[in-house]
Design a binder for this molecule. Structure first.
Ligand code: MF3
Ligand code: CO
Length: 403
């Protein structure tokens, strides 16, 4: 956390950890207007050391003010509190930011942050937006071999993630806003006892990513209604029993043109072909060769800025898995590793640009992009797709239908 706010005002308090004179005030407590007492610290060290116990104060405060949560915006309700998202560190704005938009899509206002009940186990960024364990972990450099016990938890969490994505898929239709999809994702996740991993991850403001048309990835759910002919990717990550699951699919909204249907199906096939080579001994760099071959054969291009990643107790860790050819990914697959493959395929150029919100990656030429993602486990003989479709999964990918 970037602490250090309100140093002057906290002078008369003693450090909640060691009792010395306090110079720092927990910024979250300041924001929530919580009592200064017990929220003042002499140093970053004491603040960090107290964090695991101190943070629960914020949550109780949040949960005891459920009126702050707009929940699902009702038709005709005023959009009080809905603002455009700006890059982290900047405040939100009521005006559409200026930008050289690459296509016809624009950002819409976003609703207030959704609340998580007190009994849900939180990842370390949930309160202050800053992952603390993840960036400093050895597992950014070494690929972990999961224990049977970790693998069992990954299976459970990935299955839950799949059920949440399926719940989102069932409500997609022209007229629904991506914020309403986010509400479904949020409610389904917490109802199952999970935490929606994206929520407040590096200050990401919502519980899933929704990426429409020319959005490549990390689109923020907002007040825009999906239109007939759109394509929309919903990217779900869940934290449950101490581990993360991660998957996404791209859906058709109403009647979609032939070119977009080919793009989306090709992207699905790219992921399937990549999964098919996964087994012990295969180089991570091979994944990109397989994906690039299939995409370029169909006249499409492969995004380079976003990659597959290791996953487990950390949301994002080693290995890094590019989806493009001639990449420099290091290492070979071993049984017990878990990682994602999540190719983003563009109908035009591969190059991406970032919206002023600091999250939304769009195609540089404004043409459409599609993505599919699974969390995978390398087994002794090949691969287990931890986020695989279930018999209960809705029939929303037409090329999989037998009829
Ligand atoms: N599932 C996304 C990924 O693996 C992460 C979304 S969380 C966000 O890239 F906060 F980064 F948006
Ligand atoms: Co991912």
């Amino acid at each position: 956390m970037a602490a250090g706010s309100d140093a002057g005002e906290s002078g008369s308090f003693s450090c909640a950890k060691c009792g010395k004179q306090a110079h720092l005030q927990c910024p979250k407590c300041v924001e929530l207007k919580l009592p200064r007492e017990g929220a003042a610290f002499c140093s970053q060290e004491c603040f960090k050391a107290s964090w695991s116990t101190h943070k629960s104060v914020h949550l109780k405060a949040k949960v005891s003010h459920p009126g702050d949560n707009p929940g699902e915006p009702k038709a005709g309700s005023t959009k009080d509190g809905w603002l455009y998202c700006l890059r982290k560190g900047q405040s939100r704005t009521p005006k559409l930011p200026h930008f050289d938009w690459t296509g016809s899509l624009r950002p819409y206002p976003i609703s207030k942050q959704r609340l998580v009940p007190g009994h849900i186990d939180l990842p370390d960024w949930a309160i202050d937006g800053i992952p603390k364990i993840e960036p400093n972990s050895d597992l950014q450099h070494h690929v972990e071999i999961k224990t049977p016990e970790q693998i069992e938890r990954m299976r459970e969490t990935c299955r839950l993630s799949r059920e949440v994505l399926d719940a989102a898929a069932r409500v997609i239709r022209p007229g629904i806003t991506t914020d309403e999809i986010d509400a479904v994702v949020h409610e389904a996740t917490i109802a199952a006892g999970g935490y929606p991993s994206p929520l407040n991850y590096h200050f990401f403001p919502k519980s899933c990513c929704t990426s429409v048309n020319e959005v490549i990835c990390h689109g923020i759910p907002d007040a825009r209604k999906l239109e007939d002919g759109d394509i929309v990717n919903v990217d779900i990550s869940v934290y449950y029993k101490g581990v993360h699951g991660d998957l996404n699919e791209t859906f058709f909204v109403g009647n979609v043109d032939e070119a977009s249907r080919r793009l989306v199906q090709c992207t699905y096939e790219c992921l399937e072909k990549a999964i098919a080579i996964v087994k012990p001994g295969v180089r991570f760099r091979e994944v990109g060769e397989v994906i690039n071959r299939h995409a370029s054969m169909s006249g499409f291009s492969v995004v380079k800025s976003y990659c597959g990643h290791g996953i487990g107790e950390l949301f994002h860790c080693a290995p890094n898995i590019p989806h493009y050819s001639r990449n420099k990914a290091v290492g070979v697959m071993k049984a017990g590793q878990t990682f994602t493959i999540e190719p983003m395929i563009n109908s035009g150029v591969w190059r991406d640009r970032m919206w002023p919100d600091g999250w939304t990656a769009v195609t540089a030429d404004g043409k459409r992009s599609a993505q599919f993602e699974h969390t995978l486990l390398v087994t002794e003989t090949g691969v287990e797709v931890l986020t695989a479709r279930l018999p209960s999964s809705p029939d929303v990918l037409p090329w999989l239908s037998s009829s």
